[in-house]
Design a protein around this ligand. Structure first.
Ligand SMILES: Nc1nc2c(c(=O)[nH]1)N[C@H]1C(S)=C(S)[C@@H](COP(=O)(O)O)O[C@H]1N2
Ligand SMILES: [Mo]
Length: 410
């Protein structure tokens, strides 16, 4: 490293620290290389806490009635409380796997919550994940999820072979038509490749037991996938020699093999501003399996036509937004993050932005002449793909470039 580069780096580091101090709420930044202008303070202060309180998650659960609305007596009867919960772990009757044994409620050998907690003493893991529905463009919430790696449950059956996939479903009012099922290749459950956290049988969110509404007592949580793989009110887990996905979502024309995409949306943008006055913008970006390297914004006069042969606006004069650093206050107890997957012993993320989670961003557009504008934002993933590439197709998850209106008054 030559002296010039070093001086330049030091200057950048100084600016980062200045930004951290000026921002107040912001911890030391690894990504904000410039101090944030004061005009952004108010919009940044409006951003929600990083982690979503359990009762603030959006809900898309199916069921008639939805299982979490059942009265307590009924929930006890069907095993939807920690004291009554039971999980059958079975060989798929249609494509049998060779197992040493099965765990079944019928034989009194099903896994109960106490046995799961016993496994948790040795194997429990926590990780951050954004929960997003493949069919919605806005995430349902971001949490620290705790559970036992699902492979520990598979190993209880002493599998000998003929296992290619696992599938699972939850309580569905004992009505086959209401069953919500998802599946994974067994290899993904057994091994955490590509730096991924394990697939878990999850019983806690943000340090609290999973509520009925979030799928308690136990749900599956698949770190890299959209919400439909994370089956709630888990009751049945199958080891299967079937070769293909049998997810309920596949019957609804969804791409059930595509992990989460990288994309962004705005959170704050004024509806109207005065001509020549800088425009504060904030938003969030979901860092999908492809990671996140940049968020960019662009405002253009509404009447201006864009060439039809550039549907993703790749030739537009995008400018970089600032990806905000990890928050000083995450919205959960700090102890929860110490030693969690992807965090160090002090509770600091090892990399930022964190994959399969989110980051907030902010940008200050320079003042504009009076008129009607369209503003857009997009992400650039870690490999350099600008949104919605490299996977633009809708059925593998939402990633359209968001656009919204801005009026600039004389
Ligand atoms: N048993 C069951 N699990 C389910 C569902 C369901 O309808 N029933 N919906 C799935 C879908 S499509 C999504 S997006 C997530 C949403 O998780 P959340 O309700 O905790 O936000 O749950 C998944 N798990
Ligand atoms: Mo979903």
């Amino acid at each position: 490293m030559n002296a010039h580069t070093h001086a330049d780096l030091s200057r950048r580091f100084f600016l980062r620290c200045a930004a951290a101090v000026a921002g107040g709420a912001l911890a030391e930044s690894a990504s904000a290389a410039e101090p944030l202008p004061k005009e952004l303070d108010a919009a940044i202060a409006k951003l929600e806490s990083y982690f979503t309180p359990q009762d603030k998650f959006q809900d898309v659960s199916r069921g008639r009635p939805v299982p979490h609305t059942l009265p307590l007596d009924k929930r006890k009867e069907v095993g939807l409380t920690p004291e009554t919960w039971k999980l059958d772990i079975l060989s798929d009757p249609e494509h049998p796997a060779k197992l040493g044994k099965q765990l079944t409620a019928k034989d009194g050998t099903a896994l109960d919550f106490a046995a799961l907690m016993k496994l948790a003493e040795k194997h429990a893991v926590r990780f951050a994940k954004i929960m997003t529905c493949l069919n919605l463009n806005c995430p349902l919430g971001t949490g620290v999820w705790e559970g036992v790696p699902l492979r520990e449950l598979l190993w209880l059956t002493q599998p000998k072979g003929d296992v290619r996939r696992v599938f699972f479903y939850g309580y569905h009012n004992d009505d086959p038509k209401q069953m919500f099922r998802s599946s994974l290749p067994v290899g993904r459950v057994l091994e955490d490749y590509d730096g991924l956290p394990p697939v878990i049988a999850c019983y806690k969110l943000n340090g609290e037991l999973l509520t009925q509404k979030r799928g308690g007592p136990v749900r599956v949580l698949v770190p890299e996938h959209y919400g439909f793989k994370s089956v709630k009110w888990l009751t049945h887990l199958f080891l299967s020699n079937g070769p293909a996905a049998n997810d309920t979502y596949a019957t609804q024309n969804n791409d059930v093999d595509s992990p989460m995409k990288t994309f962004c949306e705005h959170k704050y943008s004024p509806a109207k501003v005065k001509a020549g006055v800088a425009v504060p913008l904030t938003g969030y970006a979901q860092a999908g399996i492809g990671g996140l390297s940049k968020v960019q914004v662009w405002a253009t006069p509404a009447e201006k036509e864009w060439p039809k042969d550039d549907p993703y606006f790749t030739k537009a004069p995008w400018t970089d937004a600032t990806i905000l650093p990890p928050p000083a206050d995450w919205g959960v107890k700090p102890e929860l993050l110490k030693g969690a997957f992807g965090f160090d012993g002090a509770g600091k993320p090892k990399a930022w932005p964190m994959r399969l989670a989110k980051a907030y961003w902010a940008a200050l557009l320079p003042g504009l002449p009076a008129g009607a504008y369209v503003v857009r934002c997009r992400t650039i993933d870690a490999a350099g793909h600008a949104q919605p590439m490299p996977r633009p197709f809708r059925k593998g998850g939402c990633c359209e470039i968001e656009s919204w209106e801005l009026t600039v008054e004389a």
